[in-house]
Write a protein that binds this ligand. Structure first.
Ligand code: ZN
Length: 109
């Protein structure tokens, strides 16, 4: 279907240019096809945005070596991470929380 898209568009424009078909009979299906492709592309971008889905099993955080907290800029809530499930920060109040990582032996910045 993707290979046929541009040849069909070119054939439709050619038919309109020579006057064989009225323009509305060519442009209405092309507009419908354009809307369809935009919808499919939107669903594709939603599928790619699912970075919160973990890659593997949850991993316990070594509290002696690392302390990771997440802070919500909306309400000020702070969460201590005990088990890491995904690499991205969780959401709170509709926004992504700010990650603050403290590693043992490294001066705090
Ligand atoms: Zn919040």
């Amino acid at each position: 279907m993707k290979r046929l898209f541009w040849p069909i568009v070119a054939a439709g424009l050619l038919l309109v240019a020579v006057g064989a078909v009225e323009a509305r009979f060519v442009f209405a299906p092309l507009l419908g096809l354009f809307i369809w492709r935009m919808g499919i592309a939107s669903f594709g971008s939603l599928r790619q945005g699912a970075a919160h889905i973990p890659d593997g099993p949850p991993v316990a955080v070594d509290m002696a070596a690392e302390r990771t907290t997440y802070w919500c800029s909306g309400c000020g809530a702070e969460v201590l991470l005990l088990v890491r499930g995904a690499a991205v920060a969780p959401r709170h109040c509709g926004e992504r929380m700010v990650e603050r990582r403290e590693v043992a032996g490294v001066p705090r910045t």
